[in-house]
Design a protein around this ligand. Structure first.
Ligand code: GUN
Length: 285
């Protein structure tokens, strides 16, 4: 078979972060201001705590102002909503990210709707979701936006291709479909109730796995020469593995993302890019 290309998310994300940091430096000289990102964490989930720490560290490295708010797991919803209202009103804050999942007693929809859409760097507010699905230019969710950047970096055709997305989450599956449609792909979303999922997956030119099941995608579900994007982050025996059986699927794919080092590093790069976009828009830059 033809040679397989490993999609290097670390390399692509490093380039994006460098471009963003350069622009932040220039805008600081021009305006005296830098973009600010507020990250809100409710509770002590260790994985979430690691993500949040990384986001703050990246902000500092890239010349952004960083605001970090850690609230205890039993925080009342109204306290969180008040914090969001304060961040909405703070002119130094251009982006607000509330780390998900939230504790069960807090209504996630209500919280996401409380964020000013102009500061919604996750692209989860219904206004931004609606703008994106109707083909407009909204802040787009970071993980699927990062996947588009990776496809472009490797000059992978999207237009007219059949993209099959495994998973229908609001964080990845649905916005991934919107972004791929915007780029003129033919899009199918599969989920737990899909009949004969392997047959559908096998018809994909671009297969995006975002279901959270380790090793779910096996070679029989992959067309020879397909592009395989693995969004899964599963911990198995202390090791990070994706939704794709990498070793075996790599034998059939033309392009494949590893886990770790594939989609993961792109998410934070896109978060910084979205925060810069929000800053520029607010300041008419
Ligand atoms: N939890 C897992 N991924 C994400 C993300 O992209 N944004 C937020 N806010 N929470 C997450």
């Amino acid at each position: 078979m033809d040679v397989m290309t490993l999609i290097d998310g670390k390399k692509v994300s490093a380039e994006i972060k460098e471009q963003v940091a350069d622009e932040v430096g220039k805008l600081k000289k021009q305006t005296g201001k830098v973009p600010g990102l507020a990250v809100v964490l409710v509770g002590e989930d260790p994985a979430s705590a690691v993500y949040v720490k990384n986001k703050n560290k990246t902000c500092e490295k890239m010349g952004f102002q960083s605001f970090s708010h850690t609230l205890s797991a039993d925080t009342e919803e109204k306290v969180l909503l008040k914090l969001i209202a304060d961040l909405n009103a703070n002119p130094e804050v251009n982006g607000i990210l509330v780390q998900l999942p939230l504790p069960d007693h807090i209504n996630e929809h209500k919280v996401l709707e409380a964020i000013d859409p102009k500061k919604d760097v996750d692209g989860f507010h219904p206004v931004n979701v609606g703008t994106l699905t109707s083909g407009g230019n909204a802040l787009a969710p970071c993980t699927p936006a990062g996947i588009i950047e990776m496809l472009d970096f490797y000059k992978i055709d999207i237009e007219g291709q059949h993209a099959v997305i495994l998973g229908r989450s609001n964080l990845v599956g649905k916005p991934m479909a919107s972004l791929l449609l915007k780029r003129h792909a033919t899009v199918t979303i599969c989920h737990s109730r899909t009949r004969d999922l392997p047959t559908v997956a096998r018809s994909a030119d671009i297969l995006v796995a975002a279901i959270g099941k380790p090793g779910f995608v096996t070679p029989d579900m992959v067309k020879e020469g397909a592009v395989v994007i693995d969004v899964g982050i599963n911990r198995v025996d202390g090791k990070l593995v994706g939704d794709v059986d990498f070793e075996q699927v790599a034998e059939k794919a033309a392009f494949i993302t590893p886990v770790p080092g594939g989609v993961g590093p792109m998410t934070i790069a896109m978060l910084m890019k979205n925060t810069l976009s929000a800053f520029k828009k607010t300041n008419n830059l």
